[in-house]
Design a protein around this ligand. Structure first.
Ligand code: NAD
Ligand code: DAU
Length: 332
């Protein structure tokens, strides 16, 4: 039994990991979360108080971080500004949280010699051509495109330097696009589902040919737990479940699953610098750590996700109007 400090545990994937850890281990969890627009304490409300507590605070605040890191066995670092479109509108919070925040956590992990797992993204590798036979591997050169992905790349490089220079006991994982319950309605899949619920046509950026490699958040969580338990210090593990789909096909599937005509969507202004394709080769995770994803049927996982948004309108409704107002300002 260990004590985990989970940063960003009131967000989409962090909260999924907290649930997964409580369900599959005896560990206790402290969530450190600033509760930005993307964090919601209600997401953690039904969890057992004796095993899970929430501390509201900023990962870039060295005092808060030092005390918390020093009193836990493992830091699992999810907290980030996570949305590309926001990073194009206002990059500064991405630099502050993703780089300065990760630095503060690493310094505390170094002082207290605490095991550290850093959550990152496949976007650090840039993008692939649609017909490129190669996928991202741990040795693909970093080539991030957006303010979001460049700050995540910067945070990964800090982790690597703290391992090599100071002996911090850290691992890194870079995962592909997640879907599932509790995802903020600014993101592609929940935005389109909640638009359809509201009688609004889904919005596809550009031609919609961009490809994302979808994985259910439950599979991301099981992979992270496996890496913390069995991963080699200093190593990078790519997490993916062979889920490549172009955006147009995903919108059409959402419409079909929600009983709408498959062409009932609009093309809108493309994202600046829009990455074309991501694809993950997760063979290290599969071969060395024996991890396997449980969700291989995307239409079925998507149908369950649609059902979750239909039955949890009280959770997402407070986010919706402000999110759409931000998109309206850029014609998206
Ligand atoms: P999210 O935006 O849903 O949640 C982020 C959480 O971090 C929120 O609860 C927010 O309040 C908290 N937070 C933000 N700034 C903070 C700060 N300064 N101090 C403390 N807490 C702060 O994000 P997500 O989609 O759950 O992503 C979680 C992590 O996974 C991120 O590191 C992201 O880069 C990574 N990731 C996401 C995906 C994806 O598809 N969403 C894929 C791969 C990797
Ligand atoms: O690849 C992992 C990354 O996946 C994570 O690191 C990020 O935190 C996460 O947000 C996600 O980034 P994307 O930019 O790929 O996700 P997003 O949901 O914003 O968009 C998915 C695709 O859908 C992308 O090609 C843009 C497109 N899109 C998005 C929105 C919001 C649309 O066509 N219409 C939309 O309304």
């Amino acid at each position: 039994m260990a004590s985990y400090l989970v940063t960003g545990g009131a967000g989409f994937i962090g909260s999924n990991f907290v649930r997964h850890t409580l369900a599959h281990t005896e560990h206790t969890v402290t969530v450190l979360d600033k509760l930005t627009y993307a964090g919601d304490r209600r997401t953690l409300e039904d969890l057992p108080e004796q095993r899970c507590r929430l501390v509201v605070g900023d990962i870039a605040d060295p005092e808060v971080v030092d005390e918390l890191v020093g009193s836990h066995d493992v830091v699992v670092h999810f907290a980030a500004e996570s949305h590309n479109d926001n990073s194009l509108r206002e990059p500064w919070p991405f630099v502050q949280t993703n780089i300065v925040g990760t630095y503060a956590l690493l310094e505390a992990a170094r002082r207290h010699d605490v095991r550290f797992h850093h959550i990152s993204t496949d976007e650090v590798y840039g993008d692939l051509e649609l017909d490129d036979p190669d996928k991202f591997t741990p040795s693909t050169p970093y080539n991030p495109s957006s303010p979001y992905s460049s700050t995540k790349a910067g945070s990964d490089l800090l982790v690597r330097a703290w391992v090599r220079s100071f002996g911090v006991r850290a691992t890194i994982s870079n995962c592909s696009n997640n879907y599932g319950p509790y995802q903020h309605v600014e993101k592609f899949i929940p935005r389109q589902i909640t638009n359809v619920i509201d009688g609004v046509r889904p919005r596809l950026y550009g031609a919609g040919l961009n490809v994302r490699d979808w994985i259910h958040a439950d599979d991301h969580s099981s992979a992270v737990l496996r890496i913390i338990e069995a991963g080699e210090i200093g190593e990078t593990y790519l997490i993916g479940a062979d889920g490549e789909k172009d955006n147009k096909s995903v919108v059409e599937l959402i419409l079909q699953l929600m009983g709408q005509p498959a062409d009932a969507y609009d093309h809108v202004t493309d994202r600046a610098g829009h990455d074309l394709r991501y694809a993950i080769d997760a063979s290290r995770l599969r071969d060395e750590l024996g991890w396997r994803p449980q969700f291989s049927d995307f239409p079925s996982g998507l149908a369950d996700t649609i059902e979750w948004y239909r039955s949890h309108e009280d959770w997402w409704r407070p986010q919706k109007a402000a999110t759409e107002a931000r998109y309206a300002a850029t014609g998206q």
